[in-house]
Design a protein around this ligand. Structure first.
Ligand code: NDP
Length: 395
């Protein structure tokens, strides 16, 4: 049994806190803390058993340290925004508590994300005798575990990896994002990048697209090549195992892309300050304030997400093509806990990570990515907590 402190009362934090509360045998106590404690209280009013709440500014390390010391968690699950990662890691170092997040650090003033900032904590976490588990959502997160599972169970070498993410759903909104709009728009308007033959190759945003025939009745959908953080750690992990190419693809509707293009053209996605009536505003942050809160999309979203890994490689000298994926229905997530599937598919793995770190099944000293641990216990827990997976051998 362990005590977990969840930070961030957004769409993902709400699911993770709910699932931690549900897992009575794993967590003796759960606390949800965020900038706005009212949001935590609203979430806590619906959890399957009472959880504690608190107010915290996760950019304020002394405040975090005080909260961690007063509650005494074994694990801190950081589900605020990527901007807070280093501050929460600093607080975990000072208090000697394990750290987990679902997205890698991003400086607020540059739309650029990579692991270097967090990997730089390696020696300090090791010396302190604690662990940081990075990217414990779905993608990154489950996609890393799927890849480690494929490597362990089905391949001797993996030559190509395509991570494929579809949200085949409607929410009736002209334009809405399924997770934090600021982070989402920064991600999709950034240059693309993929791994090929030992190096990362940059592309223009949305330069490459192709159509993939998704399973479970979703059918063919156009998807676009994006840079996604798990490619960085997975390329490192798979390079000695024969990796030649690794790419990440995501589907977008024509309607989403049309709105995004207009917003970009008029400067609404800019992240540099603009003077407006004597006050500096960041256009993208202002746009976020206008767009629907992802946590409010639960009752509106109908359809499915399908996220998985398409892998080519060799087993016993023979070529093999393999596809592993999860299907998650938005309506089912809403019925279960009032959430939409993107928050659900991120919050559930975050809780499972906290469970495995909390009970010592995944243990170590230092900073780790998901694929560095044995995938079996994680794969076993996924369907138990609502994320079943399917694997198919394609030839
Ligand atoms: P939301 O915007 O819905 O929630 C983020 C929450 O963080 C907000 O409720 C906000 O709290 C809180 N927060 C922001 N700044 C601070 C701060 N300084 N101190 C304390 N709390 C703060 O985002 P999501 O729930 O959609 O996403 C959460 C995280 O999960 C993000 O990092 C996102 O990138 C990641 N993610 C990862 C995915 C994956 O598959 N790996 C997929 C989807 C998301 P308040 O409301 O109290 O101000």
């Amino acid at each position: 049994m362990s005590k977990v402190l969840v930070i961030g009362a957004g769409g993902v934090g709400a699911v993770a806190a709910w699932k931690c509360a549900q897992a009575k045998d794993a967590f003796s106590e759960v606390m949800l803390a965020s900038r706005n404690e009212e949001k935590c209280k609203k979430i806590a009013a619906k959890t399957p058993r009472p959880i504690r709440t608190a107010q915290v500014d996760a950019d304020n390390v002394p405040q975090l340290v005080e909260l961690i010391r007063s509650f005494g968690p074994d694990v801190v699950l950081n589900l605020a925004l990527p901007y807070q990662d280093l501050h929460v890691m600093d607080a975990c170092l000072e208090t000697g508590v394990h750290y987990i997040d679902a997205a890698n650090y991003e400086p607020p003033d540059v739309a650029h994300f990579e692991y270097s900032w967090q990997w730089a904590y390696q020696d300090r976490f090791r010396e302190k005798g604690i662990m940081a588990l990075l990217g414990c959502g779905f993608d990154p997160g489950v996609t890393n575990v799927y890849t480690a599972w494929a490597m362990k169970k089905h391949f001797d070498t993996i030559e190509t990896l395509d991570i494929i993410d579809a949200n085949a759903a409607e929410n009736g909104q002209a334009f809405a994002t399924n997770f934090n709009p600021e982070i989402n728009i920064r991600e999709v308007t950034a240059k693309g990048k993929y791994y090929k033959d030992g190096e990362f190759i940059e592309t223009e945003p949305m330069e490459f697209s192709k159509t993939f025939d998704f399973p479970d009745g979703i059918g063919p959908k156009k998807m676009y090549l994006l840079w996604h953080e798990e490619l960085e750690s997975l390329a490192k992990f798979l390079q000695p195992k024969g990796l030649k190419e690794a790419r990440f693809w995501m589907t977008f509707s024509d309607n989403y892309l049309k709105h995004l293009e207009v917003l970009q053209n008029v400067g609404m996605t800019r992240i540099d300050p603009v003077l407006y009536n004597g006050t500096e505003i960041i256009p993208l942050q202002f746009l976020k304030a206008l767009l629907p809160d992802p946590a409010s999309l639960g009752p509106l979203t109908k359809g499915k997400t399908c996220i998985g890994c398409l892998i080519k490689g060799k087993k016993d000298g023979k070529d093999r093509r393999y596809y592993i994926y999860n299907i998650c229905r938005h309506e089912d997530c809403y019925r279960e806990l009032g959430s939409q599937a993107v928050s659900y598919t991120t919050g559930v793995p975050a809780m499972i990570g906290a469970m495995l770190v909390g009970n010592g099944t995944w243990s170590g000293k230092g900073v780790f990515n998901m694929e560095q641990f044995d995938p079996e216990p994680f794969m076993k827990l996924l369907p138990e907590y609502g994320l079943p997976w399917t694997e198919e051998f394609l030839d």
